[in-house]
Design a binder for this molecule. Structure first.
Ligand code: GAR
Length: 213
């Protein structure tokens, strides 16, 4: 069975969705850069080993990333899952986990990298928003896209209502992608995400709830 380390910074609802989905993988640790991340409590309560690598305790990004990778490597994971992990990573760190580190981002990338994605989508007048899961490269919220789910932006949406609609889809999509990796179907080839043995018309990786793709 493949082993997975999940990195969080806060609430940890995506981490929780992966744990609750019962993906066929061993979740060997949940690591946070913030000691007060609420998701740590959930992991502890569910018997998952946790660790904190507090970024404020390190002189610079390189020192923090070195300590973080040492903590990750203790578990020798097949996959590193960034689940609301809100730190910019050094190129050395990203290279170390090339093709085995994935991230979830609450927008239809490459639109709206960074923060406040929902507010910016509403302000721009977007009619669709969504979520993206991608392999991590050195680019912030960049890298080969694995899967996306689109949701409508409704006329009276606030940042909160749109965020909730997207988050509900995050909790469906991320466990599916982790399952694909865990079962050996997902890989990175020539800079593109490839999903093997897929017989759905859209490759299983495009979801537009309500549309038959
Ligand atoms: C999620 O919406 C995730 O997509 C986003 O942070 C939230 C974490 O929630 N990630 C990013 O913005 C990464 N750039 P969670 O802690 O409840 O999973």
């Amino acid at each position: 069975m493949k082993s997975v380390v999940i990195l969080i910074s806060g609430r940890g609802s995506n981490m929780r969705s992966i744990v609750e989905a019962g993906v066929p993988a061993r979740i060997c640790a949940v690591i946070s850069n913030r000691p007060d991340a609420a998701g740590l409590d959930y992991a502890r309560e569910h018997g998952i080993p946790t660790a904190v690598v507090d970024h404020t305790a390190f002189a610079d990004r390189a020192a923090f990333d070195a300590a973080l990778s040492a903590e990750i490597d203790r578990h020798a994971p097949d996959l590193v899952v960034l689940a609301g992990f809100m730190r910019i990573l050094t190129p050395e760190f990203v290279d170390r986990y090339r093709a085995r580190m994935i991230n979830i981002h609450p927008s239809l990338l490459p639109a709206f990298t960074g923060l406040h994605t929902h507010r910016r989508a509403i302000e721009a007048g977007c009619k669709v928003a969504g979520v993206t899961v991608h392999f991590v490269t050195g680019e912030l919220d960049g890298g080969p896209i694995i899967a996306q789910t689109a949701v409508p932006v409704l006329p009276h949406d606030s940042e909160a209502t749109l965020a909730a609609r997207v988050l509900a889809q995050e909790h469906v999509l991320y466990p599916d992608v982790v399952r694909w990796f865990a079962t050996g179907r997902l890989s990175l080839r020539d800079g593109r995400a490839v999903l093997a043995d897929d017989d759905t018309p859209a490759g299983g990786a495009l979801r537009v709830p309500g549309a038959d793709v």
